[in-house]
Write a protein that binds this ligand. Structure first.
Ligand SMILES: [Zn+2]
Length: 68
């Protein structure tokens, strides 16, 4: 699946440093929502305004670039 290729572009987990992070689809407020899941520490990060793999991946990788 295309998602596997995209996952390789994810930065390591900010909590444990593992690169075993991948994007999964969860159910948010009645709609599918993509979120990042760390397979090592179990952390999940979702972005309320981002609903696609690409958008979540971009937000994930953008974390360290700004502090607001
Ligand atoms: Zn982790």
């Amino acid at each position: 699946m295309a998602a596997e290729l995209q996952d390789k572009n994810l930065d390591p987990c900010p909590f444990c440093g593992s690169d075993a992070v991948r994007i999964v689809e969860g159910i948010g407020a009645g709609f599918k929502q993509a979120m990042v899941l760390c397979a090592d520490c179990g952390a999940t990060v979702s972005f309320h305004e981002e609903h696609t793999y690409i958008e979540v991946m971009e937000q994930w990788n953008r974390r360290g670039e700004k502090n607001d």
